[in-house]
Design a binder for this molecule. Structure first.
Ligand code: ADP
Ligand code: MG
Length: 586
């Protein structure tokens, strides 16, 4: 390694030369208490920015050891520090240092969710910020002096300001880490208590607007209050003055395992509750309003998504033989209907390992959800291939342990199959299980039940690794996120708009790299999809997202955040080129 003076002298030497000469600054430069690494140099001033890392020795950063003594704590601390680096860089602003991205300095910090991400890495002996910079140019000419003050002054000062632990933000940092630890503690307790989700009293579920994930202003929002009959209490490892007593006890609504129905008038907050639960699979930042809305980690939102592709999924438990005798045992289509797409989503979620399904009437296919007595009379069993979820959901719970939370304001037939019924009224939940039972007894639905084959749980399809290929044109790997809506994967774009539980574009990039890794390195022995997901999770557990790309251990891994296995599976299932090996389906 050379030192920062060396960087300055190279920059002076290449000042005024063509942009390509910036390649000469790649390398490592030490300074007192740390090092700057220039890992990747952009090709021109308009290209994606250059990638650099700033590492501070532990003895310089002085991060309190107790704030990273466990994985959960370390991830929370890293997320907190990434946010600090982002604000330090923003505070300094992006002075105009030339054309294109000249002068840009940024870091891939998070939004409302706290995720394991590549942006900051804390270890026993150092802390490292992985940043992006736009190397300054006028026309195509290098502005060496601008680059020098940007890299060795602005960048390093910002990172030091953000990462060196100081009393001014010590309390905030500790509270952040403790809050995330509390949330993960609750998640760990859910299964033990026979619960699928928890919504704390005092939570603020609605968001500021349809395009903002921030909380609705406290004056406008109706705070959450659990029905008495569903209230549970946890003793958290850390007190949190906004939600707990001195002793760290927190109360709220515990949704039990089984079939839970959320009913209520239109606009009374049903979907808002379900959405909070959907994102409750991730921890949230303090002040989000949903920081103590915690769902079991295997919760998967199921919805209809017509026109998607389906590759050899056994839909027969929900959709039997189609007109003209077409079997649905290994069903493929390039253009699914509402009901087939939702049936596929259910089978795929179960295949990936989920045992907790979330469904909202707003985004469900009605004919897959219900069929009432009158319709059963008019359209006989022989000419209706669909067995609605209504006739499967109890069986799924009782035989396979699959729980469900269903928002169904429009159909009382589900009263017959629900374990728990929650009615939302003026944004407040009431438990009305007893009432609903009574109504089901006095007003029978007169539907015909039974007579169907047992539900067939998926057994794991075997993907053909050659069909997972992110190469484009002349063999260049192309993996890019389109916001949270899609993944550019080679020549394909994987449509992720209906995969709702993606919290961050960096998760989509990580999913793209996961698929690449799976296809290239993990599938020689033809594992089935659940095994492939296990292997990816093992890698993520051991190496975190840093292990997904192949730039090596001493390099900026890219802007990545850890995805769940369910979203990795969802992307693979939507990859239009995916081929499932013959004979292994169903
Ligand atoms: P539903 O699914 O019952 O029709 P939504 O959940 O879509 O209702 O909510 C309707 C509107 O009410 C949304 O604009 C939402 O932001 C708002 N809202 C939801 N919950 C609350 C709340 N607790 N306090 C204030 N407004 C809320
Ligand atoms: Mg709704």
């Amino acid at each position: 390694m050379t030192d920062l003076d060396q960087l300055a002298s190279v920059l002076r030497r290449i000042d005024g030369r063509g942009y390509k000469a910036y390649k000469d600054i790649r390398g490592a430069y030490v300074f007192d208490g740390g090092a700057l690494f220039i890992d990747h140099v952009q090709g021109d001033p308009f290209a994606s920015p250059s990638k650099a890392r700033v590492r501070l020795a532990a003895s310089t950063a002085l991060l309190p050891a107790e704030l990273h003594r466990s994985r959960v704590r370390r991830v929370a601390l890293e997320d907190f520090l990434a946010r600090r680096v982002r604000s330090a860089l923003r505070k300094r602003g992006t002075p105009n240092r030339g054309i294109g991205k000249s002068g840009l300095m940024q870091i891939d910090a998070g939004r409302q969710e706290v995720l394991e991400r590549a942006a900051v890495r804390v270890s026993a002996d150092s802390v490292e910020a992985r940043v992006e910079v736009g190397l300054p140019a006028a026309g195509r000419r290098i502005l060496g002096r601008e680059a020098e003050s940007m890299l060795s002054r602005d960048l390093l000062d910002s990172v030091r300001e953000a990462l060196v632990w100081r009393p001014e933000f010590a309390e905030e940092g500790a509270a952040f880490v403790c809050c995330v630890e509390n949330q993960e503690f609750i998640r760990g307790e859910l299964a033990r208590r026979g619960l699928t989700a928890f919504v704390a009293d005092g939570s603020v579920l609605p968001r500021a607007s349809g395009v903002s994930d921030r909380p609705m202003a406290a004056e406008e929002a109706v705070g959450f209050r659990s029905p008495e009959t569903m209230r549970v209490e946890f003793e958290l490892p850390n007190p949190d003055s906004r939600y707990t007593g001195e002793d760290g006890s927190i109360t709220g609504m515990g949704i039990p395992e089984g079939v839970t129905l959320v009913v209520g008038g239109g606009y009374h907050g049903k979907s808002t509750l379900l959405r909070a639960i959907e994102f409750g699979v991730y921890p949230h930042i303090p002040g989000d309003g949903r920081e103590y809305v915690v769902a079991r980690g295997d919760a998967v939102k199921i919805r209809a998504e017509d026109r998607r592709r389906i590759e050899k999924v056994d839909l027969s438990s929900l959709i039997g033989e189609l007109p003209n005798g077409r079997s649905t045992v290994d069903f493929s289509t390039d253009e699914a209907s509402g009901s087939t797409s939702q049936a596929a989503a259910i089978l795929e979620a179960l295949e990936a390992g989920s045992r907790l399904l979330l469904v909202d009437e707003d985004t469900a296919a009605t004919n897959l959800m219900v069929r009432d007595a009158r319709m059963q009379r008019l359209v006989d069993r022989e000419s209706e291939p669909i067995t609605p979820l209504l006739d499967r959901i109890r069986e799924l719970y009782e035989r396979e342990g699959v729980s469900a939370i269903l928002v169904m304001g429009g159909c009382g037939d589900y009263f017959d199959v629900a374990d728990t019924v929650i009615r939302m009224r003026d944004y407040r939940p009431e438990e009305v299980t007893g009432e609903a039972r009574e109504i089901a007894r006095t007003l029978p639905s007169q539907r015909g039940f039974g007579g169907v084959e047992p539900f067939r749980l998926p057994t794991g399809r075997v993907p053909d690794p050659r069909s997972i290929n992110p190469l484009k044109g002349r063999g260049k790997v192309k993996i890019e996120a389109e916001g949270v809506d899609g993944i550019r994967f080679g020549g394909d774009t994987i449509d992720m708009r209906a995969v709702e539980q993606v919290a961050d574009p960096s998760q989509l990039r990580a999913i793209g790299h996961s698929l690449h890794k799976a296809g290239r390195e993990m599938a020689d022995d033809r594992p089935d999809l659940p095994q492939l997901l296990d292997r990816l999770e093992e890698l993520l557990e051991e190496e975190s997202v840093d292990g997904l790309t192949s730039f090596g251990p001493e390099a900026h891994p890219g802007n990545l955040a850890r995805p769940r296995r369910y979203e990795i599976a969802a992307a693979l299932n939507r990859l239009r080129s995916l081929k499932i090996a013959d004979g292994d389906a169903g």
